[in-house]
Design a binder for this molecule. Structure first.
Ligand SMILES: Nc1ncnc2c1ncn2[C@@H]1O[C@H](COP(=O)(O)OP(=O)(O)O)[C@@H](O)[C@H]1O
Ligand SMILES: [Mg+2]
Length: 242
């Protein structure tokens, strides 16, 4: 666990929030939170040397626990370590990665899955040369169906060949089955929890749901944990028991 001085914005400020400010690994690379993301990266790269996970799904039990923020910053630090990294917005219901990275979202994953575009046509460059982002594109009426389709499996096989790491940002486990569907197709799952908000029961239920479908649980990311009145830390536990 690593301390940091990152301040979380109050809920009431969300409407006016500059979402790009969530990229603390770019805006404050020397801060404690960026260091925590680098520790997470180290664990991913070195802790599983025999079978390093390439396709990693990030999920949480409920909404707004920090999945997308973690996904974006983990992608940045992987790219900073010279890993060819792709972040895919797989939250087809509430996509947000295009906002975090300040990208357009007219076309994206959905267009690839319905056969309208090739992957190369919709990949967008992130803020680092070896970081690419795939936004959702138009919100589809049938997210669960798309994520369990053959085309999605083919898409994953393609990005597995072309990138060192592929991060899949997902919807919460408890709301819909999308995350469980993705978890079974990824090499491993990181479960993000908000230390101030996530209830133990919800976390246990999420772990159970993921284990039931046979997901490979890599560990939990503790987000927004208060260290003292004015300090927060993010942390990572490898293969933790929750
Ligand atoms: N570590 C963090 N530092 C600052 N703000 C955060 C952090 N994690 C989450 N937030 C804020 O909480 C809200 C939800 O985060 P998000 O990553 O979109 O969650 P999720 O993807 O789980 O719904 C956003 O407004 C985001 O800015
Ligand atoms: Mg999200």
């Amino acid at each position: 666990m690593i301390r940091s001085g990152l301040r979380r914005r109050a809920r009431k400020d969300l409407a006016s929030e500059d979402l790009s400010a969530r990229l603390v690994t770019i805006t404050e690379p020397l801060g404690g939170t960026s260091e925590a993301y680098r520790t997470l990266r180290t664990n991913l790269i070195y802790a599983l040397v025999d079978e390093p996970p390439k396709l990693i799904a990030l999920t949480s039990s409920g909404p707004t626990e920090g999945k997308s923020t973690t996904c974006a910053n983990l992608g940045v630090v992987l790219a900073q370590a010279e890993k060819r990294t792709l972040i895919v917005d797989c939250d087809l219901r509430k996509p947000v990665l295009h906002k975090i990275f300040g990208l357009r979202n007219f076309r994206g994953l959905v267009n690839v899955l319905v056969g309208e575009c090739s992957l190369q046509e919709v990949l967008q460059d992130g803020p680092l040369h070896n970081l690419q982002i795939l936004t959702v594109g138009p919100i589809p009426p049938n997210p669960a169906e798309l994520l369990s389709s053959k085309r999605f499996a083919t898409f994953l096989a393609q990005v597995r060949r072309e990138f060192d790491y592929v991060l899949l940002d997902t919807a919460p486990v408890e709301l819909v089955s999308d995350a469980a569907t993705l978890a079974t197709q990824a090499d491993g799952v990181l479960l993000v929890l908000d230390a101030q908000k996530t209830r133990k029961g919800e976390l246990r239920q999420a772990v159970r749901s993921l284990q039931t479908v046979g997901a490979n649980m890599l560990g939990t990311v503790v987000n927004n944990a208060r260290f003292s009145k004015s300090r927060y830390y993010s942390g990572y536990r490898y293969n933790s028991r929750v």
